[in-house]
Every structure is written in C-alpha cells, then in structure tokens.
Write a protein that binds this ligand. Structure first.
Ligand code: PBG
Ligand code: ZN
Length: 328
C-alpha cells in the first residue's frame, strides 16, 4: 500500500466528513404529491400508503399551507373525479377537480408552485391513459386522438393557475402537442416537466389505489417503457427536448438510478426523479415493523437520488424529509 493513499484520513471527524461531502439533499429539491377528491372536509388515508391522504379541496388547501410552511417549494396534484367516462371529461373540464384544487391553492398560498399531472387515466372509465378504440380490450391507446385531449387538459389546468404542466401519459408527441396548446392559449411562459422516461412498473401499485386509476383490463405496456431498456430512455428524452420540454423526469427512481444518471449526463435540463408509491410503501411497511430506521433509510435514499444526478425529487416522504432537515 502507498502510505500516502489513505482515504480514511478524510473520514475521521463528523465536520471533516461534512466538508468533503459531495451531495446533499435540501428542502428546495422536494415536490410533494397530493390527491384531490370531491366533497367537503374529507380526508381518507390511502390503505397501502400510510400517511398519504385523499383530500377534498378545503383540506388540500390546509395541507398546501403546511407544506409551504415546511419550506417545500412545490406540490404536484392528482385528481379523482366524481365520474369517469370514455372522453376523460373530468380531466379537461374547467370545473374539474384538479382545476378547482389548483385555483384554491393558488388563492390561499400564491407562492407555492403548483405542478399538475396531465394524464387521462384517473378520468377514463377504463383507467387507461388515453382514448381506446371502440371494443378494444387490450389497452392499445390511440395516440393522436389522445393528444387532443391532453392539449385541452393542459390549457384548462393553465387557466386554473397551474405553474408547471407535467404530462405523464407517455404518448408520442405529447410535449409538442401540449406546448402548442399552451402557446396558442397565451401561456408561452408556462414550463413543461415531462415524464420523459416513464417505465411500465409494478411500483405504481399503491398509487393506483390512491388515484383509483388501475386499468380495468390490459396493462400499460403499449405506452410505458419496457424495464429492460436503457438506451431507449435517451431516445425518449431527446424527443421531449426537441419538442420543448423544460425539465425531464425519470420514473420510478430506485430501480432506475442508472437511467437518472444517463439522462443527467445527456442533458443540460433539470432532471427530476419520481420516488414512486411502491417505493414509499415498502419503506413504510418495513419501518412500521421496526425492521429499518425510517429516517436514516429515507435520508440515505434521498441523498442517493442527488448523487445519481437528480436535481428534483418527487416524494411522498417530502414532509418528513423537510422536518428532519429542519431538526438537523
Ligand atoms: C398516471 C400516473 C401514475 C403515476 C403518476 N402518474 C400511475 C400510472 O402510470 O399508472 C405513479 C406515481 C406513483 O406510483 O407514485 N399516468
Ligand atoms: Zn396516466
């Protein structure tokens, strides 16, 4: 061994470790997901996601205030409509649940950044992310007719006051369609955070309980990416950048950290990692059993997202992370 090479020298004291630490997570990095439902004073915990609630608009405003007071800069909104249909009316209607929640949050907490998920699966009666051919039982979503609905949805979300549009349906050309819709509507300055590399994943299971959006038949493999593919993620982000995406997302996060890294290396745009529902539920289940130290495991995971190249982290742990960072 060369006596001059002793990496342990820089690990001998907590403050020394602090000085040479390459990556840290801050509250600025966090985006907290919220689920809006119709009704009044309604708050119901999602069974498979302890600590996560479906909230009526009045309750979601209270939650948004809490999130803002914790120093978290942004929330992302998902909606569960009263009725679902083939046209996903609840997604693009001006009085849709996400539109209402956006208006209420922006009125009560104007400085909180409201990101809106732009997809149709919560609003279609079959639970797929777009239009299906009549009689289709395989879930082969029709691409271009779906783009028209996504465009309408994004414009109505923008009209409601959304700060960032986040399309998640993995349709070809969805960034371009939404960009042109927003520009025509006078929203040239509204950024798009594209779910650019979104995989067909079993880790979304608990979310589909929360958003009541599980496909009634078939699966999402004809539009979401195959978990075996890495190079293809680079093709997806290249297209989204060309179409006008302002930020890119990789989803899920934990099993796809190589993709976060590759995307970050390949672009100069901000990269977001979505620490999805199944990743959250697994940690929660283990923590509730006393099998892992929740705070330590979560903070290690968050730091690792930063190390892998993520600039932003969408996570159901965001409120806890913000509290822990405050205490530190
Ligand atoms: C909708 C959407 C999903 C998630 C975010 N937006 C689910 C899906 O594709 O079925 C998953 C988020 C999570 O699991 O936390 N397209
Ligand atoms: Zn969807």
């Amino acid at each position: 061994m060369f006596p001059s090479h002793r990496p342990r020298r820089l690990r001998s004291h907590a403050n020394l470790r602090r000085m040479v630490r390459e990556n840290i997570v801050t509250t600025n990095d966090l985006i907290y997901p919220l689920f809006a439902v119709p009704g009044d004073t309604f708050a119901q915990e999602v069974k498979s996601m302890p600590g996560v609630y479906q909230l009526s608009v009045d309750k979601i405003v209270e939650e948004a205030k809490e999130v803002y007071d914790l120093g978290i800069p942004a929330v992302i909104l998902f909606g569960i409509p009263t009725e679902k249909d083939t046209e996903a009316t609840g997604a693009w209607h001006d009085h849709g649940i996400v539109q209402k929640a956006t208006e209420a949050i922006k009125k009560a907490v104007p400085d909180l950044i409201v990101v809106v998920d732009t997809c149709l699966c919560e609003y279609t009666d079959h639970g797929h992310c777009g239009y299906l051919d009549v009689g289709d039982l395989t879930g082969r979503v029709l691409n271009d007719p779906t783009l028209e609905l996504l465009k309408k949805t994004a414009v109505s979300q923008a009209n409601a006051g959304a700060d960032i549009i986040a399309p998640s349906g993995m349709m070809d050309g969805f960034v371009q369609a939404i960009r042109s819709g927003l520009d025509e509507g006078g929203f040239e300055d509204l950024p798009i955070l594209s779910y650019a590399a979104k995989y067909s994943s079993a880790y979304y299971g608990p979310f589909r309980d929360a958003a009541e959006s599980a496909p009634q038949f078939g699966d999402r493999r004809t539009y979401q990416m195959d978990p075996g593919n890495g190079v293809e993620a680079l093709k997806e982000i290249e297209l989204d950048i060309a179409e006008g995406a302002d930020m890119l997302m990789v989803k899920p996060a934990l099993a796809y950290m190589d993709i976060i890294w590759r995307v970050k290396e390949a672009t100069n745009l901000p990269v977001a990692a979505y620490n999805v529902s199944g990743e959250y539920s697994m940690v929660k289940a283990a923590a509730l059993n006393g099998w892992v130290d929740e705070q330590k495991v979560v903070m290690e995971t968050m730091t690792s997202f930063k190390r892998s190249g993520a600039d932003l982290i969408l996570t159901y742990h965001a409120k806890d992370v913000a509290r822990w960072l405050k205490q530190a």
